[in-house]
Design a protein. Sequence first.
Length: 85
Amino acid sequence: MEKKVNSAFMKPLTLSPELEAVVGSGPMPRSEVVKQLWVYIKKNDLQDPANKRNINADEKLVKVFDGKKTVNMFEMTKLVSKHLS
């Protein structure tokens, strides 16, 4: 039996200009957006050293995170969704 790939998950989505400034230009699937976000977060050392679940936003990420300076991983996914269509 063939494993069915969830095409909705792999569907390339349009990114907002704010999100493109962080992860590069789209369209790209949600999974790739999240992967690129983590590359950006790690490259710029934005993970809170005391609490690894928290992301300390820089200037570019604040625009994606609704103006919030710190968000947790779960909140990040929800906020990023607003930038995908």
